[in-house]
Design a protein around this ligand. Structure first.
Ligand SMILES: Nc1ncnc2c1ncn2[C@@H]1O[C@H](COP(=O)(O)OP(=O)(O)OP(=O)(O)O)[C@@H](O)[C@H]1O
Length: 634
């Protein structure tokens, strides 16, 4: 067991993310006054040990210390409490309450989608947590199911938002050099993807994606690469699945607005979701159903969204169009992009999850937090959002996904960070996010024992049927019953919360079996490259001179070979080739024999009746005599 500071002992790794490893730990002695919670000796806590890369960054350490009070005072029933922050040598660690229960990502994967009522109620609690943190000026920036822990409270799931402030800590100028964002592609708001000014509205966008995923089992935007997913956040409009009730869709659609100023405040979101949950439930009164249908009126935006420091919003937040100019962000992509891309049956098919999203690629589904380059500065030109290159638009190759940029513009601005990212990705040729923890020795180097199960399609066929989930849809997974106002209301079970988990599973959940994420297993060591990049998620810093080299002159095309001339007679004689070979050998033998007969003394030997050995010894003795004669003359 490894001590952290003088007060804590790391016991067992619980899991690992992009920013660090979370450990189960025990308290050795009560923490000092600087901790928010002193704790008692023997108490079990969770400790997130930040990655070395973060811990070694002076700016992160400074921020860590500066934000200590902010993080420690953030308390809410739906936020995992940060008890203490430890800085010790090159180690930075956050001490948190240990939450006994799975994270929402894992829960979803194991149990399938929620009913609309349950999804609305759960998201309402997350929105409560966001409202509290936004009021305190803290923006989460990495909201996703993996960051929602489900605490088991008397058999009920209580969502707890975690990883608060981590994105903020990781977003160090030293690390991100102002051109990167910290987030997860499937949940990242368009303005973050573009590197435009960000506010607390990014969390509302994340909540919208999460809500969509809760009711459908998949986030709305999928793609084979992180870039494709980001592309969709910027341009594609989410489509309403038939299973989502209209009032709930109104809420989701408003959260997923491309313009942050059109998204509701967290407080309004929470209120609206509760109205929706009451109005679409089986016991909804006509008045409640009516109120749910009018939910749009409740979704007023935040007049003063909390800005994300360092994203250039100073003095701009709140106003319509802040950070966007007048450009419609939906216009930034070529018209050939199908706004429904990623929403076809393939993308919705939960059984296709593994094949839709590459396992080694940054998992847009619920992949780890990434640190990706973004636009350097907000500008009115929304078209500068994506990679450019000589290949132009329209290939399957995502690195050629956008129209080329004029040389002037490119020179003036330098290479766009996306270009650098793509360049780095191409050069690296291997973006595995695997990191190995040596299970022996230091506990900090032991393999985590509790991780969400490997990415795989939802296991509906293996699960017991969930009575609350209604009928299977065309894609073969169960959907919650959907009470359109015209439709019969939900069955009774739909209002239970959590509605989709049989009692047996609820009780089993806290035991938290320890499946390993496949992508975090130890990779086969590469013999030729013994020193793989330690941080595969971080993209290489811009290297202008290396970016987008001019396409090499295409090699002159080789003239195709003229077709082989065959004889006019197309008839094929089997064995003819062999016969030709035999004849050729016979001719050679005849000529050779004739030459030997004519030009060697063989003829004389035969005439003298000598055998070969006599003739040969005669001939050799003649040669010897001749040589000795020559010698005596000399
Ligand atoms: N307070 C906690 N109590 C119990 N388990 C926790 C706690 N915080 C995190 N975990 C678990 O630790 C694991 C790793 O968490 P972490 O936040 O580092 O990773 P993540 O959110 O999956 O990844 P990322 O850093 O990419 O967001 C998760 O499986 C999570 O369930």
């Amino acid at each position: 067991m490894r001590p952290v500071g003088s007060k804590y002992l790391l016991e067992e790794p619980l899991g690992r993310g992009a920013t660090g490893t979370v450990w189960r730990a025990s308290q050795r002695e009560a923490a000092g006054a600087e901790a928010a919670v002193a704790g008692q000796p023997g108490e079990t806590v969770a400790i997130k040990v930040l990655k070395e890369e973060l811990a070694n960054d002076a700016d992160v350490v400074m921020r860590f210390l500066r934000e200590r009070s902010v993080l420690l005072r953030l308390t809410h029933p739906n936020i995992v409490r940060t008890r203490d922050l430890v800085v010790e040598g090159d180690l930075l660690a956050l001490v948190m309450d240990l939450v006994d229960g799975p994270d929402l990502h894992r829960y979803l994967r194991e149990n399938g989608p929620f009913t609309p009522v349950a999804a609305a109620l759960l998201t309402a609690q997350i929105a409560d947590a966001l409202a509290a943190s936004h009021a305190d000026g803290i923006v989460h920036r990495d909201l996703k199911p993996a960051n929602v822990l489900l605490k088991n409270e008397d058999g009920r799931m209580h969502p707890m938002l975690t990883d608060f402030g981590i994105a903020r800590l990781a977003d160090s100028p030293g690390l991100t050099r102002t051109h990167e964002f910290v987030g997860t592609p499937a949940y990242v708001a368009p303005e973050s993807a573009e590197g435009r000014p960000q506010t607390s509205a990014v969390d509302i966008y994340g909540a919208g994606i999460l809500l969509y995923e809760l009711v459908t089992g998949r986030p709305p935007f999928a793609g084979a690469t992180a870039l494709e997913v980001l592309h969709q956040h910027l341009s594609a409009e989410p489509r309403r699945p038939t299973t989502v009730p209209e009032p709930l869709w109104t809420v989701i659609e408003r959260c997923l607005r491309k313009r942050p100023e059109e998204r509701p405040s967290a407080e309004n979101l929470a209120r609206a979701l509760r109205v929706v949950a009451a109005g679409v439930g089986v016991h909804a009164s006509p008045a409640q159903a009516e109120a749910a249908l009018g939910v749009a009126a409740l979704l007023a935006p935040d007049p003063q969204p909390a800005p994300v420091p360092g994203t250039g919003l100073a003095g701009q937040q709140g106003g319509p169009g802040a950070g966007f100019g007048d450009a419609d962000p939906t216009q930034v992509l070529p018209p050939t992009v199908d706004p429904s891309a990623g929403q076809g049956p393939g993308a919705y098919d939960p059984n296709a999850a593994t094949s839709v999203l590459p396992s080694t690629a940054p998992g847009p589904d619920a992949g780890p937090t990434q640190i990706l380059p973004t636009g350097s500065a907000p500008g009115p030109d929304g078209t500068r959002i994506m990679p450019t290159g000589p290949g132009g638009y329209g290939g399957a190759d995502p690195t050629r996904a956008m129209p080329p940029v004029g040389p002037d513009q490119q020179q003036a601005d330098g290479p766009h960070p996306w270009q650098t990212q793509l360049r780095a990705a191409r050069d690296r040729n291997d973006q595995t996010q695997v990191q190995y923890l040596d299970p022996s020795e230091d506990p900090l180097r032991r393999r985590p024992t509790r991780r969400p199960a490997p990415q795989q399609p939802y296991q509906q066929p293996h699960q017991p049927p969930y009575p609350q989930q209604g009928y299977p849809d065309q894609q073969g997974y169960a959907n919650p019953p959907y009470p359109n106002p015209q439709q019969p209301p939900y069955p009774q079970q739909a209002q239970q919360y959590p509605p989709q988990q049989p009692q047996q599973q609820r009780q089993a959940a806290p035991q938290r079996p320890a499946p390993q994420r496949p992508e975090r297993r130890r990779p086969e060591p590469r013999r030729q490259q013994p020193a793989p990049a330690p941080e595969p998620q971080r993209y290489a810093p811009p290297e202008p001179q290396r970016y987008a080299p001019p396409e090499p002159e295409p090699a002159p095309r080789r003239e195709p070979r003229p077709p082989r001339q065959r004889s006019a007679n197309p008839m094929r004689i089997p064995g003819l080739g062999c016969l030709k070979g035999c004849l050729f050998v016979i001719v050679i033998l005849v000529i050779g024999s004739w030459a030997v007969w004519e030009f060697t003394p063989l003829k004389d030997w035969v005439a003298d009746g000598k055998n070969f050995w006599d003739a040969a010894s005669d001939w050799i003795s003649k040669v010897k005599d001749w040589v000795s004669e020559l010698g005596s003359k000399a």
